[in-house]
Design a binder for this molecule. Structure first.
Ligand SMILES: [Zn+2]
Length: 200
């Protein structure tokens, strides 16, 4: 029988409960499940978490996560350097990669501006974006922020930011519904949204 007053378990449960989409109840279920298979699940998970924490880097160019910086996408010479797709988060980048259509490069902002202010532009990767565009090799920037109020606010900020540069700015076509988040789109919708992208 597991003694739930055990502080090791309590600490583990409260840490897991901090993960997105989980609360104390699901954290308790996860911990009980792990305890049942220490060798098959718990120890490998602990090892993989340690390894990931040590090896994972944020790409100095685009903000993607990888074990190398610049990341494997930035380093990939088969991808088109002249098109950069700007996304809010790494999970949006992963969603576009799963759709397997886009063959340019990315720029991960790390979030959105809040429509009411409060989240300052300095907290996002705008400076590195204008630095990249200022180098002159990028011909098109696709704004692929989510179809939410914050995503659109952020999109307009990017348009202003890039006005001084000679670069074409497009945005995803919205077969994506208002309020839609890229991570939840099926691959066909994402492909179409990319293919039908419009001038911003
Ligand atoms: Zn990168």
């Amino acid at each position: 029988m597991i003694n739930m007053n055990n502080s090791t378990l309590d600490k583990l449960i409260s840490t897991i409960a901090k993960l997105p989409g989980l609360g104390p109840r699901s954290a308790r279920r996860i911990v009980l499940h792990l305890i049942k298979s220490p060798d098959a699940l718990m120890l490998p998970l602990a090892e993989q978490l340690t390894q990931a924490a040590e090896e994972i880097k944020i790409c100095e160019v685009c903000g993607n996560v990888d074990v190398v910086s610049p990341c494997n996408i930035c380093n990939d010479e088969k991808r088109d350097d002249s098109i950069v797709c700007v996304v809010e988060t790494v999970s949006d980048l992963w969603a576009l990669e799963r759709s397997n259509f886009f063959k340019g490069k990315y720029h991960v902002l790390g979030g959105t501006l809040s429509a009411l202010g409060g989240r300052p532009p300095e907290s996002l990767n705008f400076n590195s974006l204008s630095t990249r565009v200022a180098k002159g090799a990028i011909q098109e920037v696709i704004i692929a922020t989510n179809a939410t109020l914050e995503g659109q606010t952020t999109g307009h900020y990017i348009v202003d930011l890039l006005t001084p540069f000679e670069v074409k700015i497009t945005r995803l076509a919205y077969g994506i519904p208002m309020g839609g988040e890229l991570d939840y789109m099926d691959e066909g919708t994402l492909n179409l949204a990319l293919k039908m992208r419009q001038d911003f």
